[in-house]
Design a protein around this ligand. Sequence first.
Ligand SMILES: Cc1cc2nc3c(=O)[nH]c(=O)nc-3n(C[C@H](O)[C@H](O)[C@H](O)COP(=O)(O)O)c2cc1C
Length: 691
Amino acid sequence: MGMFNYDEAFSRNIGWVSEAEQGLLRQKRVAIAGLGGVGGSHVLTLARLGIGAFHLADFDRFDLVNVNRQAGAMGSTLGRPKVEVLQQMALDINPELDLQLFPDGVQASNLEAFLHGVDLYVDSLDFFAFEARRQLFAACARLGIPAITAAPLGMGTAFLTFLPGGMSFEQYFQLDGQDEFEQGLRFLLGLAPARLQMRYLVDPSRVDLAAHKGPSTVIACQLCAGVAAAQALKILLGRGDVVAAPHGLHFDAYTNTLARTWLPGGNRNPVQQVKLALARRLLRGRQAIPASTASAESASPAMQVLDLARWAPSGDNAQSWRFAVHSAQRFTLYGYDTRQQVVYDFDGRPSRIALGGLIENIHLAAGRIGYQAEVSRRPAGQDAPCQVLEVNLVEAAHCLPDPLAEQIVTRSVQRRPLSTRRLSAAEKTALQAAVGPDFRVIWLEGARLRWAMARLLSANAKIRLTMPEAYPVHRDMVAWQARFSTDRLPDQAIGMDPLGLRLMRWVLQSWPRVQFFNRYLAGTWLPRLQLDLLPGWACGAHFLLVADHGPASVDDELAAGRALQRFWLTATQLGLQLQPQMTPLVFSWYVAANRRFSQQQEVWQAAQQLQQRLQALVGERTLQTAVAMGRIGAGKPAQARSLRRPLQALLVSAREAPALSGMAAGAATLVASPTVIAEGPRPDQPQATAA
Ligand SMILES: Cc1cc2nc3c(=O)[nH]c(=O)nc-3n(C[C@H](O)[C@H](O)[C@H](O)COP(=O)(O)O)c2cc1C
């Protein structure tokens, strides 16, 4: 090809890269290990970008089963070595390429040579080549070579970069010392914490970690090549925003979703540990491990369902529910209310709304493992301090699991400011669909209404902070200096800056201190600004969840809780953040029932005014039938969050449970034994349940 001219061949890149930059790309050397699904596309894409030199490694030959996705697999190349075919194709694009071939693949013996003089490593090894991959990434870290991996998942790509000096591959994935199954699991879940592809896997039996088999599409491979090349360009030219671990990107073309993933601590992250534990059980269960190696209970459907369902949200993370497991498929659920201890628990209604969320989770968690939950409630009125529900799991293998189940652990409250971008019509439609026909979502959006709500929330906070009845609640609900807490709110999840938190902690130590502060130092001003006014304005919208008919019975309240949970899980699925803000509603319920919840006259008057203001904003009928409200919007997930008590701590024997249910004060014993997890990840949290 005597006519080849580099400048002309790559001239159409100019514009997106400058001529000088194209010259730089020509000088660069990129190593690519694995020339299968993604590797071949990487070579061709980067060659067309004008990269001047490649090190290519693969020991395999093309086979008929590669044809669906691998760039080099064609009728004419079947049976031929992959390196040879890709060499030929790359030279066909740019005959001046400097190519070094490693036809035996990469091993310890040629690792140094493979990475010698290389500016960038692009990983495209077979998914299951864990050992080679670990060695390569470790060598890159040692030699200061940036390394990229773009994984083809379903019809999308999950992408991670490891930059010299940044978080390393091993720090992120934690593969060291794990068996092969576990390495596969950690690699998969670490690559794609958002697991977007799991929503449309039509035949789960085709994913078999143990047999090293999984389905793969050309759609994903092509996306990988494009995304990786864009990142490669930025790294090699030293410009643009390079997303590096623990941050990652997952774009899924099937669900039209882009997830910006962020996994501080990598696979050691406590929430990720929970997801790993769940996936471990699901997959091991499917592989039918002999009974001798799997403990009987860890395989029991009831325990599996409860272990996932217990991640339901509850006011102040109270988790005032207990479980008595009778058999592998049958358990009783005791849902207590906290109205005796918590002034916000109006008639126990917020507790029953939370219980509804738990019930929704039970349905979702059952579906996830091929069961259907039959739930029946023992008759008891709203004044009963405990609701008792019998749950029976029946096999329903033919039912497809609801993808919302995948969001149960990820869902978390975000109390910090969010983007003020309005929700799109598609987002609102999905959220309205999530709550079902018996509920309506009312949106309060636009700068004017958000500001009105922010001011209302600030007035609401003044009530909360000055009423003596709420003081013990505020004092006891916070786990101080904590990023995670299994039974309270970690202070770092409240939404206040560190200095404000220290002040708040000091003030909350005694009621006279609070009073003094409020009276003489305008004490409510700082928390109201940080926790109510700013976030109240900084969101996409405020919402009210409104029932078709008022929350008149226990069943209405449980249904409201189920709707709220579906709403919240759907928001999580859409990448939206949410914070319930129930107290304005709670005060309105007290006012509507004409029940003075505070001995303080000013507080009662302020609550009446608040109810009037809310009514003026949303209308009388809406306020009467509203079951939940809060703020929602685009934004990053919370960095600090509540975890849950271990399942063991929530289990009771059928004999002790009735004693608890007989008295509202029983709830007090539920608050025992607080466990706080201080700053930093804690690996073992969720597994404590398998015993
Ligand atoms: C019925 C109910 C009411 C809630 N009310 C509020 C609220 O008024 N303000 C708030 O910031 N969070 C509220 N939350 C959120 C909980 O505090 C939060 O879900 C819980 O602490 C668990 O944390 P997680 O959602 O991050 O797992 C409420 C949750 C429920 C279920």
